[in-house]
Design a protein around this ligand. Sequence first.
Ligand code: NAD
Length: 258
Amino acid sequence: MGIIEKMRLDGKKGFVTGAARGIGKCTATAFAEAGADVAIVDLDIEEAKKTATEIAEATGRNIIAIKCDVTSEADVQAMVNRVEAELGGLNFCHANAGICINVAAEEMTYAQWLKNIDVNLNSVFLTDTIAGKYMLAHGGGSIINTASMSAHIVNVPQPQCAYNASKAGVIQLTKSLAIEWAKKGVRVNSISPGYIGTDLTLSSEFLKPLIAKWKELSPTGRLGRPEELEAICVYLAGDTSDFTTGSDFIIDGAFTCF
Ligand code: NAD
């Protein structure tokens, strides 16, 4: 069997959070194209349903949409239960939902700080440990977390201290869980994208004027596309990455190299 065949996800079941659109929609599509059945998990259930239908029609896989606020322990537990019941198991997941609050530190309210940490970091703890508990009891699995290049560098010129801190936390959480579960068959890795053209970056009136500056600062002179994160996630979800755990993959067009 060739390497491309070995990387396929036929028979595997997984979920992606924040999958209604953007990066999550893209990786969910790639998982399905590689042969997996996938749950599209999002707060925005209408968009999640549209995405699920689109991916199911394109791939012929069993794709379901689940409404879930990833900051709610009860929601995440109910979501994992539904994945088990409706897809018939759970082999991999991509904890990807996230937000970015761009407010200067001295003007940021504590509520804004908490919200960013809750959606970006506490949710990853909930998703990883609830999915991980299932995987530990059912023969193992693979967990992928979306961190960011903001875990490695401080973006300029926009202020985003809570986002940067939350993403740095995602990487240390990833490594900690990888160590705890290394001999128990559950692998945990993260991806750290650079600037990617999604609603998060392109639809914000505050960020729009900064896009030219980001391109100027970027060695490639452009933003990344969500599609450029697909292959690494399919690799991490599947069996050819069995020795890969506790790693963070920076995909940023060399942005963090200087
Ligand atoms: P996006 O805004 O396009 O999509 C995020 C999705 O998450 C949305 O569908 C939204 O409804 C969902 N979501 C938000 N809060 C939620 C919650 N509490 N529960 C469930 N779902 C929720 O963003 P994106 O650009 O696709 O970003 C996805 C991830 O990638 C985020 O973690 C983000 O921080 C990270 N990231 C993005 C970039 C970038 O440049 N776009 C770069 C690095 C990292």
